[in-house]
Each structure stands twice: as structure tokens, then as C-alpha cells.
Ligand binder design. Structure first.
Ligand SMILES: O=C(O)CCC(=O)C(=O)O
Length: 192
């Protein structure tokens, strides 16, 4: 399952998120559980800056409600929101968002609670490049301000769905801003 919701978020909310929260971001890492041990190329796999947002004030409370409705899972299954900025040349190479549960280390770090859905909210579109591309299903998602993209990383039996390997293509000019989160199979946060 992959679904785009164009203009789901009013543009002023997207712009406010960037202006209010878009400072003090730090260099993004690939989650340790998804790093290939000893592979130094991992550092160049993702070129972006990130800030984690755990707040549940407006507009994040509304986003959480909407995502809960779409995924039919309680808000407690959602991870923190990640505000991500890609400058010119920024990118996220081909990867999958779910943990590989066949790997004991991934299983341990995920606590057996995988990322069922991925959510990407595009906060601006005044840049070039930066499409989100799914090569296995031949789908290219064009960033448009206010668009929400949701895809399901696992089959209904909980196994890894290889259709959803994806890339955040390099930004050719300007800055790309997105907000992402993942929805776990089971409750993840206790503060909602
Ligand atoms: O930047 C994008 O378009 C994709 C982002 C992404 O793949 C991720 O954060 O996991």
C-alpha cells in the first residue's frame, strides 16, 4: 500500500513548522540498527539534518490524529516526528524503513516492534530534485507542499515488503524540508 494525499496539510502550517522549528537541526544518522557494521560508506548514505519533535501541541496533535485515522492505529504507535532538511546535494540513498527482524540485532533494538507504516509530509516545494523514488514499483513521488505520503513497509503477516525500498533523491537546488514519522505495529510511546 502506498498513497499520496495532495494538499492534505494547509500550506501555512507547513511554512510555520519550518519557521518555528527549523533551527538547531543536527546531522542525520542512519539509525544504528540499520547500519551495516563496518561499512564506512554509510556516512555518505544520508546527507541531511534532523530535529526530533515529541511535542503534541498544535499542529502535531492534529497530524497525529490524522495519521491515526488513516492507519487505523492509536497515536501511541507513532514515533517522534522528524523534521528533516536537505540542502543542495542532500539525499537519502536507497533504503528500507522497516527493521530486518531476521537479524537478531535489529530484532533486539526494535524490541520486536517493527515500523509498519512510513509517513512523509512535504513542507515545501521551492527546490529542484529531491523526489522520493520507489524503484521496485516504478513510482516517483514529487514533493509538493502539503502533500502526505504513506506507505506500508510490511505485508499483512508482518514480513518485510521489498516493494518499499526507496530513495530521497539528491536536491539539485534550494532546500527541501520534510516531516516524517513511522507507525509501529504495537504501542511505542507512553506519553499519549
Ligand atoms: O527525503 C525523502 O524523500 C525520503 C525520506 C526517507 O526516505 C526517510 O526519511 O526514510
Amino acid at each position: 500500500m502506498i498513497k499520496e494525499y495532495p494538499n492534505a496539510i494547509p500550506h501555512y502550517i507547513c511554512e510555520n513548522i519550518v519557521s518555528q522549528y527549523g533551527k538547531g537541526l543536527v546531522r542525520a544518522e542512519v539509525a544504528p540498527e540499520r547500519k551495516d557494521k563496518g561499512d564506512t560508506s554509510i556516512l555518505s548514505q544520508r546527507v541531511a539534518e534532523v530535529k526530533y519533535i515529541w511535542e503534541q501541541t498544535f499542529p502535531f496533535n492534529i497530524l497525529m490524529e490524522g495519521i491515526s485515522e488513516i492507519t487505523n492505529l492509536p497515536k501511541s504507535h507513532q514515533e517522534a516526528y522528524n523534521l528533516i532538511k536537505y540542502s543542495k546535494g542532500g539525499k537519502y540513498d536507497f533504503h528500507h524503513d522497516a527493521f530486518n527482524m531476521d537479524d537478531p540485532e535489529h530484532f533486539k533494538i526494535s524490541e520486536g516492534n517493527n515500523r509498519l507504516y512510513s509517513v512523509i509530509i512535504y513542507l515545501n516545494d521551492n527546490f529542484t530534485g529531491g523526489n522520493t523514488s520507489f524503484f521496485h514499483i516504478n513510482r516517483i513521488v514529487k514533493p509538493e507542499i502539503g502533500k502526505v505520503l504513506i506507505f506500508k513497509n510490511l505485508h499483512s503477516d508482518g514480513t518485510f515488503n521489498n516493494d518499499y525500498w526507496h530513495t530521497g533523491e539528491a536536491v539539485a537546488s534550494g532546500e527541501k524540508w520534510i516531516l516524517t514519522t513511522w507507525v509501529r505495529q504495537k504501542p511505542f510511546r507512553t506519553d499519549v
